[in-house]
Design a protein around this ligand. Structure first.
Ligand SMILES: Cc1cc2nc3c(=O)[nH]c(=O)nc-3n(C[C@H](O)[C@H](O)[C@H](O)COP(=O)(O)OP(=O)(O)OC[C@H]3O[C@@H](n4cnc5c(N)ncnc54)[C@H](O)[C@@H]3O)c2cc1C
Length: 397
């Protein structure tokens, strides 16, 4: 079969560009097909937790706008306090800049890219994969679907099972230079107000990104919560430059992430953290894993791509499933957690360690010592309470 590349990647978000970079660096040729033209705006808070630095293969400081040390917490849009960490907790960027930067790195490594080239169909046989666009059919040995939340790849190959949908609104807003300066290292977080969701403000170099996220079935109440949140912060809004929503896919069970010669990574695989909505870290992690597994297969070390599903299920899913449990527990007793973070050094330090990648969500049950055996039943009960709270909010709030 005449091939356009060893691997075709559908989608040039973080999952696609990182996979392309690693593949090219290990001598495997890549063609990326991307439906948009770059740079493109992406609805995203673009907050990167510190832990991402440990899995990125190069420095991304040229596209970092701000470094976050402080969180200004509120619950019920009041009960405000700020906590500060000496070491950085997060980095804020803009997705048009970050994604162009990551794509440039992949291209520098040798990847070919066709932008404004939407994949409209895919098929595979024992020899390889075909990705069809409006222009032509492209052929390769493998295909990585890094095509985001509404992934055609996942739908085509039946890799979209066990996904729960979140929804998030994001606005880019201008404020006064004094306010931007004052909060340039601070994230605003209102939690415990909107069941199963929260609102945030991320500082960027010349504006704020403000958003609200939660379960998709509660989306119609989000704009109202968003407006109340902004009013509660006292941040003066001079101009709203964009305001859009986008779905967040959350995988709720261990699953298949490959089918034959095809893999899905990032949002296409439903790898978003149900507690925080974080997805860029998981896109980078799964994109890197996809590249490693293809390399191992081409080296003859493994017979097929089954290792990819096995690694996602053992190295990523436990953390995402625990994030969901912790989210349910938080939503059952938000005010208590809000006050723990305010009053307990230990809890605030643990919060920082999770963002910095020094602790994992999977460590949390162990913190309950001999009571650990109650973790699963308590989380299951919390999840029932959360559903009730969501129903109540939709009817009455
Ligand atoms: C409002 C909001 C705020 C968020 N904030 C954060 C945050 O602060 N931090 C964080 O870590 N995560 C955040 N997320 C999640 C994060 O945006 C995603 O998890 C992340 O973008 C996933 O990266 P990806 O590479 O898998 O997919 P994407 O970034 O979605 O990239 C997919 C790419 O595929 C292309 N594509 C799609 N279909 C096709 C096709 N048929 N053919 C060719 N190309 C195609 C798209 O144009 C796109 O460029 C947020 C999400 C939302 C909705």
């Amino acid at each position: 079969m005449d091939r356009d590349a060893d691997v075709i990647i559908s989608g040039a978000g973080p999952a696609g560009s990182i996979a392309a970079y690693h593949l090219q660096k290990s001598g495997i040729s890549v063609l990326i097909l991307e439906k948009s033209s770059f740079p493109r705006y992406k609805v995203c808070g673009a907050g990167l937790t510190h832990k991402i630095l440990s899995i990125l293969p190069y420095d991304i400081s040229p596209v970092i706008h701000t470094v976050v040390h402080s969180f200004r917490f509120s619950s019920g849009l009041s009960d405000v306090y700020t906590r500060t960490n000496e070491l950085p907790l997060m980095y804020c960027t803009m997705r048009d800049e970050l994604d162009s930067f990551l794509l440039e790195k992949a291209v520098e490594a040798g990847a070919k890219i066709r932008t404004s080239e939407k994949v409209t169909g895919m098929e595979q046989d024992e020899q390889g994969v075909i990705a069809r666009t409006g222009n032509r059919a492209y052929r390769s040995l493998f295909l990585i679907g890094a095509d985001g939340a509404s992934s055609l790849t996942a739908r085509t190959f039946g890799l979209n099972k066990h996904i729960e949908w979140g929804m998030a609104w994001e606005a880019e807003v201008r404020s006064s230079p004094e306010i931007l300066q004052k909060y340039s290292d601070t994230v605003f977080l209102d939690w415990g107000t909107f069941p199963g969701g929260y609102s945030w403000i991320f500082p960027k170099k010349d504006h704020f990104s403000i958003g609200t996220g939660g379960p998709a079935h509660m989306a119609k109440r989000m704009p109202e919560y968003y407006d109340k949140f902004i009013a509660s912060t006292g941040i003066p809004i001079l101009e709203t430059m964009s305001n859009r929503s986008h779905p967040l896919p959350v995988r709720t069970k261990k699953s298949d992430f490959h089918s034959g010669r095809v893999m899905v990574a990032g949002d296409a695989a439903g790898l978003t953290d149900a507690l925080t909505g974080e997805g860029i870290f998981w896109a980078v992690k799964s994109g890197s894993m996809a590249a490693e597994v293809i390399w191992q297969n081409l080296q003859g070390k493994i017979p097929d791509l089954a290792l990819y599903s096995a690694r996602i299920n053992s190295e990523i899913m436990p953390e995402l499933l625990e994030a969901k449990n912790i989210g349910s527990l938080f939503n059952a007793m938000p005010l208590r957690v809000h006050h723990w973070v305010r009053d307990s050094e230990r809890v605030w330090r643990a919060f920082g360690k999770v963002l910095r990648g020094e602790r994992n969500f999977t460590d949390v049950p162990g913190a309950f010592g001999t009571w650990k055996f109650l973790w699963k039943p308590v989380c299951a009960l919390s999840s029932v309470i959360q559903r009730q709270k969501e129903k109540h909010y939709m009817k009455h709030a």
